[in-house]
Every structure is written in C-alpha cells, then in structure tokens.
Write a protein that binds this ligand. Structure first.
Ligand SMILES: Cc1cc2nc3c(=O)[nH]c(=O)nc-3n(C[C@H](O)[C@H](O)[C@H](O)COP(=O)(O)OP(=O)(O)OC[C@H]3O[C@@H](n4cnc5c(N)ncnc54)[C@H](O)[C@@H]3O)c2cc1C
Length: 340
C-alpha cells in the first residue's frame, strides 16, 4: 500500500479534469484499512471511494483521502450443469469482465458491454443498458467497512437495487468499500438473449433467435455504442449526464398536448419516462458550447470536455441546461453524474 500526497486525479476520471486529492491510496488487502485507521492524521480526514472515475465530475481539489480498490482476481465459485457462479475483484475493468464471460460462452452480462468503470462500482450504480441491469446477474456483494475494516456480505435482496442506485450509493456511500462482486451466469445451452430493448432487437433481425449467442449480442452492442457514444479516451465525458425524468400521467398528458412528437415510455406503474436527451435537444442545447465544455453533437445527453475544461465550466453548462429545460417543460433534470 502506497500513500501519495497532493496527487493528480487526471488519469482517474473520464471527464479528464485535472484536480488534486490531498491523499490517494490504493487498497489491495483487507488489512490495509485497519493499517490506515491507525494513522491519526489520515483517520481524522474525510474518506471517499472512487473506481474508474467514469461517473464523476470533479469541480475542485479534494480534501481528505481518496481510496481506490485494486482487487483483481476472478474466481469460479461453483458450477452445475446449467449455471456458473463467479466472484470478481472490484478493481477488474467492467468491460474486461464482460469480454471474459462472453468468451466463455456465458449469458448474463453481454448487453452491458463497453460500459466504462470498474466492477466495484457496478452494484453501487446498478449499471444498466440495452434492457439489462447489473442486478440481473449479481448474487452477492462483499464489502469492507472503511471505519473498522470489517467484512460484510450483502445478498441480492439486501442491496436495495433501483434505477442507477443501491444501498451502497445511499446509506453506505463512502462508508463501505465494495471489494468483490459475485455473479450467477447461465451456460450457453441454458440462456437466451435479452432483446427487450427495441433498437437492439432491430439490429439483430437478420438472425434467427435460436442462433444468437452472447458473443453476437456483445459485438452488436459494442458496434451500436461505438457509433452513438463519444469515446472517453478521445473526448472527456462521463456518460449520460442526467437521469431520464419520470412524470405522472396527468402531467404527461398536458405536455403531450403541446408536444405531440415527444418521445416517451409508459412505465408499469402508469408514470411516463421521458428521454432527457429529447428534452435537451428540443430546448436547443445539442452542440452548444460553454467555454471549453459542450453538449455533444453526437448525443445531447453527453456533456463533453473539448480540452482543458474545468469541472466548474461543465457544472455551469449543466445548470444552464437544467434551468432552461425546467423553464420550457416544467421538468427538473437530475444529474446522473456525481458532482464533487
Ligand atoms: C462513455 C460512457 C458511457 C457510459 N455508459 C453507461 C451505461 O450505458 N450505463 C450505465 O449505467 N452507466 C454508464 N456510464 C457511467 C459509468 O460508466 C458507470 O456509472 C460506472 O459504473 C462507474 O464506474 P467507475 O468505476 O468509474 O466508478 P466512479 O465513477 O469512480 O464512482 C461512481 C460511484 O461509485 C462509488 N464507487 C466506485 N467504486 C466503488 C467501490 N469499489 N466501493 C464502493 N463504492 C464505489 C463512488 O464512490 C461513486 O459514488 C457511462 C460512462 C461513460 C464515460
């Protein structure tokens, strides 16, 4: 374990913002936490956890201790004729895990290909894309308490998974470090493709359903994402900046009368989800610039760093969008990105 002071987080956030943290520490043993807690200076400071920094916007230098978990091992825990259970270190890159499972012919994670970040953040965020969520395959989440180093294991039903959230993002944010995540995946003969997301289904219409494999789905998802989503290694961004807002049926009907072309998705509870990208585009923000920050021309839900942007510039752009969308549609866009 190496403690670094006044450490730049430039290579630890996909927005490519150059801020410093007072202390930066990579944890790769359970005992590391207890060792750190005996250091009175470190123990008295606030601690925060980061993964790959792909859902974070840093707006200033960070006081206190920034911790990243680097456990990397993937272990097969058990298997039967139909299923396989694996346990994965929080420091493994999410897309590398998806690639590994697909190469083994296991079903479960293929729709979630090419999502940046580390495995440890997947249950925290309950990442999702193309009709699937991490919680569909997660069986257990293994955590370490940052105050006393104690291990605690959460079953799926304890995790309070929701839309891009979980107990680890709410009650236990920056208190419990996820160091391992267990998944149940289906073997090739026992799985079937998840095609609930219509654009994915359309992209695969040349295939007979029984010919589809996890690898075909994975390749298709990667292709669609590469076409639609700005690549953070080239253009700094943190994915969807805002959550898709949900409105009740009454408000939806009012809006729909004045905007009959409004994209929407009726939910099981009768409420309506409206794509934030549609609202931002209709409000005229697609491609707009603010200093070194901009709304992507490729996809209006992505705010991008044109090079040298500060976190405050990006935050200011986000606030202007929020105010304008609220003014035009009466809907407040809640950030999905965590602003620090
Ligand atoms: C181009 C692009 C596309 C994206 N597409 C998607 C998408 O399709 N679907 C989607 O859901 N997300 C998407 N995202 C967002 C992002 O990739 C996910 O939220 C991802 O899970 C963040 O992982 P991370 O390791 O970078 O976590 P960070 O951004 O570093 O942290 C996110 C949160 O998790 C906490 N955290 C991280 N690691 C741990 C840990 N080990 N223990 C406890 N807490 C932890 C942090 O404290 C923070 O609150 C995208 C991002 C980008 C840049």
């Amino acid at each position: 374990m190496h403690i670094q002071a006044n450490y730049s987080l430039l290579s630890h956030n996909t927005f490519q913002i150059d801020v410093k943290t007072q202390y930066y520490i990579e944890i790769n043993r359970q005992s590391d936490i207890l060792t750190l807690r005996t250091d009175i200076k470190l123990a008295s400071l606030p601690w925060r956890i980061i993964g790959g920094g792909s859902n974070l916007l840093f707006t200033h230098d960070l006081e206190g201790v920034t911790i990243r978990c680097t456990f990397k091992k993937i272990t097969v825990v058990k298997e039967d004729h139909d299923n396989i259970w694996i346990s994965v270190g929080a420091g493994v890159k999410w897309h590398d895990l998806v690639t590994y499972t697909v190469e083994n012919g296991w079903w479960g994670l293929e729709n979630l290909a090419l999502i940046p970040g580390a495995v440890g953040a997947a249950p925290v965020q309950n990442i999702g894309a193309y009709g699937a969520e991490a919680q569909d395959s997660i069986t257990r989440v293994h955590t370490l308490n940052l105050y006393d180093g104690q291990h605690r294991e959460f079953r799926h039903s304890d995790c309070q998974f929701g839309y891009r959230t979980s107990i680890f993002k709410e009650e236990f944010i920056n208190k419990l470090l996820v160091y391992r995540v267990s998944f149940r995946l289906r073997k090739l003969h026992n799985g079937k493709p998840n095609l609930v997301y219509t654009p994915l289904k359309s992209a695969l219409e040349d295939y007979k359903k029984e010919d589809l494999t996890p690898k075909i789905i994975y390749d298709t998802v990667v292709k669609i994402r590469e076409e639609r989503i700005p690549n953070p290694s080239k253009t700094g961004n943190a994915g969807s900046f805002f959550k898709n807002p949900i409105v009740d049926a009454e408000y939806f009907e009012t809006l729909f009368k004045s905007h009959p072309d409004m994209l929407h998705h009726k939910m099981l509870d009768g409420n309506y989800k409206i794509p934030a990208a549609w609202l931002i585009e209709q409000a005229g923000w697609k491609g707009e610039l603010h200093g070194h920050a901009a709304v992507s021309n490729q996809h209006a839900l992505f705010l991008i760093n044109l090079g040298g942007a500060t976190g405050s510039e990006i935050e200011a752009l986000a606030q202007m969008i929020q105010e304008d969308v609220n003014h035009k549609f009466g809907i407040y866009l809640e950030p999905e990105v965590i602003i620090l």
